[in-house]
Design a protein around this ligand. Structure first.
Ligand code: PHE
Length: 385
């Protein structure tokens, strides 16, 4: 009996000391970076691609020796594509896991919900891909490495007017999505400036699956094209229903279309449609081609979408900033991110401006039998009217 107690006691002691060692090791030799995203639910490919891109970057960095003599460990939390979950997961990463910096989100509405929490806790946040201008206005700890929607909307307006020679365009907007509403405003203004007419404006909400009523109204206005600045799940369904109604004009969209699932949902109905995006896997630059090849070999031959590419760049910029700061202290890392200049990423050259945004060219991609083919690259100078 006594022996059993003794044995149990020493096993307990052993377990306690192993746990204690483990904890000491995880705080001593690692740098914890948080990432919040949608890994399940309606916009799941956004979070999955982002996680895969940032993991690839941090693995490369760790293999090369890490940062400040430590390895970076990425902790990813899932908000299940529910904006109301964002606060909980971001607070957990900050208060329980004590992450030193944050990557996220893709969707602008989610970034807008999380940024005030990062800002008030003085945790630097880099959104790889949220394009709504308001995100970085939340405060001086909030950065982005992508272009913004005032540019992206102007790119599509230029493309519609100059390349497609469209005169009459209808807009179908996701009304509760900050990103979508922001793009609607810019596109409307810019397309009119180029002499075009907006013939109809209709709306839907994320999660809707029947768009016949809106598309019927749009059809009656006889448009040359329809601008749908939404996310891939609804866009795929809209493409089907548009064709069903015999409305055979191209749909135009923004980066929110970018997902391998877009084609899975929309299929042939999307052939001949166009969207603006951050980069193309067709880019022949050796850096892009190496990134694409490495990603494909890591992730079952999957092509990296723009989210994966932007997350890869965001992770590398964060690590670079920590190295330059010589510390993981929030305020110092914030200053180092702010000082990022001419960083050559896979999505282009990244300099962080005084308003904590990056200014970069955009690409226009055409959907062709499951491929997203590069049609044009448009730089910020080209859309100035
Ligand atoms: N820019 C979109 C937003 O702000 C998110 C997105 C970026 C989606 C890139 C796909 C690709 O909501």
């Amino acid at each position: 009996m006594r022996i059993r107690y003794l044995l149990a006691g020493s096993i307990c002691a052993l377990v306690v000391s192993i746990l204690a060692c483990g904890k000491a090791a995880s705080t001593g030799s690692e740098i914890l970076v948080g990432e919040y995203g949608s890994l399940t639910g309606g916009i799941a490919t956004f979070g999955i691609s982002t996680r895969d891109g940032s993991s690839q970057a941090f693995d490369e960095i760790n293999k090369a020796g890490g940062v400040l003599g430590k390895k970076i460990r990425l902790l990813v939390e899932d908000d299940q594509s529910k904006p109301e979950e964002v606060g909980t997961v971001v607070t957990k990463l900050i208060n329980q896991n004590h992450v030193v910096s944050m990557l996220g989100h893709v969707a602008s509405s989610y970034s807008l919900a999380a940024a005030p929490i990062c800002q008030s806790n003085k945790v630097p946040m880099i959104t790889p891909s949220s394009t709504n201008p308001r995100v970085t206005q939340i405060g001086d700890y909030i950065f982005r490495v992508c272009f913004m929607d005032d540019f992206q909307g102007a790119v599509m307006a230029k493309f519609a007017a100059d390349t497609l020679k469209a005169k009459r365009v209808a807009i179908l907007v996701d009304i509760r999505n900050d990103y979508s509403v922001g793009l609607q405003t810019v596109f409307r203004e810019q397309f009119k400036k180029r002499g075009g007419t907006i013939v109809a404006e209709q709306s839907f909400s994320q999660g809707d699956s029947d768009f016949h009523a809106q598309l019927t109204q749009i059809k009656a206005t006889n448009p040359d094209a329809i601008y749908v600045p939404g996310y891939y799940t609804e866009v795929g369904t809209i493409a089907h229903q548009e064709k069903e109604l015999g409305l055979n004009v191209p749909l135009l969209g923004g980066d929110g279309w970018d997902s391998p699932k877009l084609w899975e949902i929309g299929g042939n109905a999307l052939n001949g449609c166009y969207f603006s995006d951050h980069y193309s896997t067709d880019d022949p630059s050796p850096m892009v081609q190496k990134f694409v090849a490495d990603y494909k070999s890591r992730y079952k031959n999957q092509l990296p979408d723009a989210l994966a590419a932007l997350a890869y760049d965001a992770a590398k910029i964060l690590a670079d900033a920590m190295t330059r700061a010589g510390t993981t202290d929030g305020a110092k890392v914030r200053d180092a991110i702010a000082a990022t200049k001419d960083y050559q990423g896979v999505t282009g050259k990244i300099s962080i401006g005084p308003d904590r945004n990056a200014v970069k060219p955009a690409v226009v991609l055409k959907v062709e039998n499951g491929k997203y083919v590069l049609v044009e690259t448009i730089s910020p100078e080209q859309v100035k009217l």
